[in-house]
Design a protein around this ligand. Structure first.
Ligand code: GLN
Length: 483
């Protein structure tokens, strides 16, 4: 069962060849077989999952209509709240924090009878590109257990790749859905900023964060997006834009569509084998009738610098709330209230989180605000304008997702700057707020390589249309790790 997609198991449920309880049990079996090696899960809720599965089986027996996601096991990144379960953000500071409410996406999933089986490992507070920054344990790549799954949603990507869930949710602030999707050979979508409510997502950088799905193929991605997208009055940045039925973009012809190739994304630093795979991908789309056009996005070279100023600044502000008083961890010995804050934060946060808080506090301080934060905001505007202009000419922009395949555990963890470079192709998209998807496009020495497609604002449908055409032609999504 674990190699099947969401839509394939849905069909088995519809044909009554398997019950939701059986499916849920088989997923827990799979987890107990492989998760010692993978480390994708921080918490499991077998009792809650089986209860839900039983309810759905009863609904089906009564002949009631059920949602597409009903009865199918899925899991959620541990920075998204599920009432009654812990939300740790893989941080010691939230180790014992039990969410008192559901995130908007969780509520939607529950309304659609999704079977939530657990919470997924990640880089602490979603900061990182390898999932090695988890305070609890490291996640391994199912294609090679000596390599990282990418990050920060490494648990979400690895769980889908290893068949430990039929789909998962992650969050993407600068690439944390697309980069691990690329490294684990699964589909990952970062929707337009505002497409999905951030209510109940623990904030990292509020102007960049967006929740999105990890799935085994493009069809599944459309089904999950159908459920989690939409306006929410609890998130003032969530957009009042109608939710389409995204499945209508599947099985469409892409003849005549214009695909832009930004030359800056194929410059130095890109692994030549990955370049070859992406160039093959371009040929596939050409063969399907798409028109390929070289474009230029010259501001891209500033994107990484802008991202690390803005994301760290917002993080330093957002993470001020973790003070040892209101949530989770509190230091044991302290002299006064200031000492309590300092000790709780010093002991509770990991190194990368502290690095970001210091960087952000510095960029926001009186003497440096204009030179760093304000300057970064101005360059952000230029990047936004550049993307808007590009989409006057093309329907979709195609790039690599990651400059490298999955790297070895420990290879970059002592060099933060090198780790930051993992996001060079993904951060501009969050800065602009446009949607982008990573889809499997090939392999280098048995390791997956993802191709990134970027769309205009709220054009998730267009991304799914091109991705699905590519997937039908290439079938890379069918390749599974041997674990
Ligand atoms: N790797 C990037 C960072 O460390 C992006 C993280 C993310 O998208 N959450 O900030």
């Amino acid at each position: 069962m674990h190699t099947k997609t969401l839509h394939e198991v849905k069909e088995l449920i519809n044909k009554k060849e398997i019950s939701c309880v059986e499916l849920t049990k088989s997923t827990f079996d799979r987890i107990s077989k492989v998760d010692d090696k993978i480390g994708a899960y921080l918490q499991l809720d077998e009792e809650g999952a089986l209860k839900k599965a039983r309810e759905v089986d009863e609904k089906i027996q009564r002949g009631e209509e059920t949602s597409f996601l009903a009865g199918i096991p899925m899991a959620i990144k541990d920075n998204i709240c599920v009432e009654g379960l812990k939300t740790t953000c893989a941080s010691k500071i939230l180790e014992n924090f039990v969410a008192p409410y559901d995130a908007h996406v969780t509520k939607k999933l529950k309304e659609n009878d999704a079977v939530i089986i657990g919470k997924l490992n990640m880089d602490e507070f979603a900061m990182g590109s390898s999932s090695e920054n988890s305070a609890f344990k490291k996640v391994k790549n199912p294609f090679d257990l000596e390599r990282v799954p990418g990050g920060s949603s490494g648990g979400s990507a690895a769980a889908v790749a290893a068949g430990e869930a039929y789909y998962t949710l992650g969050s993407d602030t600068g690439g944390s859905i697309r980069q691990p999707a690329s490294l684990c050979g699964v589909v990952g979508l970062k929707p337009t900023y505002g497409r999905i409510s951030r209510y109940g997502l623990v904030a990292f950088a509020s102007s960049l964060d967006q929740i999105g799905p990890f799935t085994k193929d493009v069809e599944d991605c459309a089904h999950v997006l159908n459920v989690i997208a939409g306006h929410d009055s609890m998130d003032s940045t969530s957009a009042k834009v109608e939710v389409e039925d995204y499945t209508k973009y599947l099985n469409q012809d892409i003849k005549g569509m214009k695909i832009g190739i930004p030359k800056e994304y194929f410059a130095e630093g890109l692994n030549p084998e990955i370049r070859g795979i992406i160039e093959n991908g371009i040929e596939v789309l050409k063969k399907l009738g798409a028109e390929i056009k070289e474009i230029s996005l010259p501001m891209s070279k500033y994107a990484l610098a802008v991202y690390y100023i803005l994301a760290s600044s917002e993080a330093s502000s957002n993470l001020a709330r973790f003070d040892g008083i209101r949530y989770g961890f509190r230091a044991e010995d302290f002299e006064d209230v200031v000492d309590l804050y300092v000790k709780s934060r010093s002991q509770g946060f990991g190194d990368e989180v502290k690095r970001r808080i210091m960087l952000g506090t510095y960029a926001l301080s009186a003497g440096y605000y204009d030179a760093y934060y304000k300057k970064a905001l101005k360059v952000r505007t230029l990047i936004i304008q550049e993307y808007k202009k590009a989409f006057e000419e093309v329907d979709v922009i195609l790039t690599p997702t990651s400059p490298t395949v999955a790297f070895k555990l420990g290879e970059k963890s002592n060099n933060p700057l090198e780790m930051y470079l993992s996001d060079i192709y993904t951060v501009p998209i969050n800065i602009a707020g446009v949607p982008a998807i990573s889809i499997p496009a090939g392999f280098v020495d048995g390791l997956p390589v993802g191709m990134q497609l970027i769309g205009d604002y709220f054009k998730e449908g267009t991304l799914l249309k091109v991705s699905h055409a590519f997937e039908r032609e290439t079938e890379f999504t069918k390749v599974k790790p041997s674990i």
